[in-house]
Design a protein around this ligand. Structure first.
Ligand code: BGC
Length: 324
């Protein structure tokens, strides 16, 4: 009898210990769905890695941030399905890099009904859409007007101000990202505005969309160099991926950046910063993926805490030219 009660006692004690242990180490899991417009994008790859890294550093003994990333593959219908799935899986928060920013209203309507806050990144939705659920949705990004202006200033700061052949006119080629994207629109407009505001006369030889992609940047620049030859003095690319493509075309046409042509991009991908320092690309503009991801995580944490947030959060661009 005594032996049985002893065994019983040990059993009960063990059960209690296990129960206490379980509740003592109980950690809350916060589920976050991240919808990326396309994995096959150099800049968004850097951004995605930063988001994962920064959230990981926020994990504590009591909270674990569980991120689920989805690749929208540049297809809004596919991305809408992915966001619908995030909602039915009961995510605590959604981070959305929309394929088509015009779909923001639909996303916000659904998220609001399910009470899941949304942080939009990189592709800016219309302000009216953000106001649909004011305080519980926000956009974190960089003002593309600034990046365009910086591209123009990089050219203005050169001794020739971009006019290599001295004919009083800067003849240029513009490689556009996705014209439906505000980043592409503003970079195209403001890079040239910086030149004309400074009194420089410009001649647009060609403006063509390259969808942010390196191979298209290469194709467009190769075509322009074949068609206009030495007349091309500056190639503006809305991003570094397309600038890298343009550089391939420039070098295989036997042209030399800094001597008979200039080339500028945006993003400051590591590879491009190296090329800028080697003098093979005139300059680029830092599109601060780490800064934007840090801000996006900050805003996400505040929303998860139940706070009300602003509609917009901005991160500055920075000019990048050869280190002296
Ligand atoms: C970046 C591009 C990128 C695009 C994606 C832009 O801000 O500069 O490199 O392809 O965002 O939306």
């Amino acid at each position: 009898m005594r032996k049985i009660s002893k065994i019983l006692f040990v059993f009960v004690a063990l059960a209690m210990l296990t129960a206490c242990g379980a509740s003592g180490s109980e950690s809350k899991t916060v589920k976050i769905g991240v919808a990326i417009y396309k994995y096959d994008d150099n800049f968004m790859t850097v951004y995605r890695e930063q988001l994962a890294k920064i959230f990981e550093a926020k994990n504590t003994d009591s909270v674990t941030y569980e991120l689920t990333f989805q690749d929208g593959k540049g297809d809004q219908a596919e991305q809408t399905n992915q966001i619908d799935a995030f909602i039915s899986q009961g995510m605590d928060l959604i981070i959305a890099n929309l394929v088509d920013p015009a779909s923001a209203a639909t996303v916000i309507d659904k998220a609001k009904a399910a009470e899941i806050p949304v942080v939009f990144i990189n592709r800016e939705p219309a302000e009216d859409d953000l106001l649909i659920w004011e305080g519980r949705t926000a956009y974190v990004g960089a003002d593309a007007r600034q990046s365009g202006t910086f591209q123009g200033q990089i050219i203005l700061d050169l001794e020739t101000k971009g006019d290599i052949n001295g004919d009083g006119v800067v003849s240029y080629v513009m490689i556009v990202g996705d014209p439906a994207n505000i980043d592409a629109q503003y970079r195209t407009e403001y890079s040239i505005k910086a030149l004309t505001d400074a009194g420089v006369t410009v001649d647009k030889l060609l403006e063509q969309r390259g969808d942010w992609e390196q191979p298209k940047g290469q194709e467009i620049a190769a075509g322009a160099l074949a068609q206009f030859g030495d007349k091309v003095e500056v190639i503006f690319a809305n991003n570094d991926a397309m600038a890298l493509g343009a550089l391939q075309a420039i070098e295989s046409a036997g042209r030399t950046v800094g001597e008979d042509i200039y080339l500028v991009g945006v993003d400051a991908l590591d590879e491009v910063v190296t090329l800028v320092n080697e003098g093979r690309i005139t300059g680029t503009v830092l599109n601060d993926a780490e800064g934007q991801a840090t801000k996006a995580v900050d805003v996400a944490l505040r929303l998860l805490d139940g706070e009300s947030v602003d509609t917009h959060y901005w991160v500055d661009y920075v000019k990048v030219v050869k280190e002296q």
